[in-house]
Unconditional design. Structure first.
Length: 169
């Protein structure tokens, strides 16, 4: 079914973007925020698992990947570098913002998949738990200062735009 294929493709691409973000933030954190290295490494390993899960499904079903895959990897990397250089709070504001957009998207997918594809529903459901944890960490550490609001909205709308575009590519 076309819609199911699109869901796996978009999620696969999104996880590639997430790997880019955390890899870049980790690079900066190793120099500037050594205390964040461990938690960022942990998150990166989650995103690698998520990516592998969707990769497996794509391969086993013969579904092509998103044409924007490389762009999301680079875009994610750029976003990771910029937010990390803006400061440790910006890292977490970025995480909170992305996961808020992602979870909104996953909720919609889950209600659709529940009726249409048990295997992918289970995969998305298992990933959702990790993303909720990431969102929590982001919320707790991001800080509520008004200074960060533009970052929050900018990242959230970029994420929504990337999801929308991935649906077309
Ligand atoms: Fe993920
Ligand atoms: Fe995540």
């Amino acid at each position: 079914m076309k819609e199911v294929e699109r869901i796996v493709r978009v999620d696969h691409a999104g996880e590639r973007g997430a790997i880019g973000i955390y890899s870049a933030q980790l690079l900066v954190a190793r120099v500037l925020y050594k205390d964040l290295v461990k938690v960022l490494e942990e998150m990166l390993s989650h995103e690698r698992e998520h990516y592998a899960t969707f990769n497996r499904i794509l391969k086993s079903r013969g579904i092509r990947h998103c044409y924007g895959l490389t762009v999301w990897a680079l875009g994610g990397w750029g976003l990771g570098i910029i937010t990390a250089l803006l400061g440790r709070n910006a890292i977490w504001v970025c995480t909170n913002s992305i996961e808020t957009a992602v979870l909104h998207h996953l909720h919609w997918q889950l209600s659709f998949l529940e009726l249409h594809d048990a295997e992918i529903h289970a995969a998305v459901l298992s990933i959702k738990q990790d993303e909720e944890e990431h969102q929590e960490v982001g919320k707790e550490n991001g800080g509520d200062s008004i200074v960060y609001k533009p970052i929050f909205w900018l990242v959230q709308w970029s994420t929504k735009f990337a999801i929308w575009l991935s649906n077309k590519l």
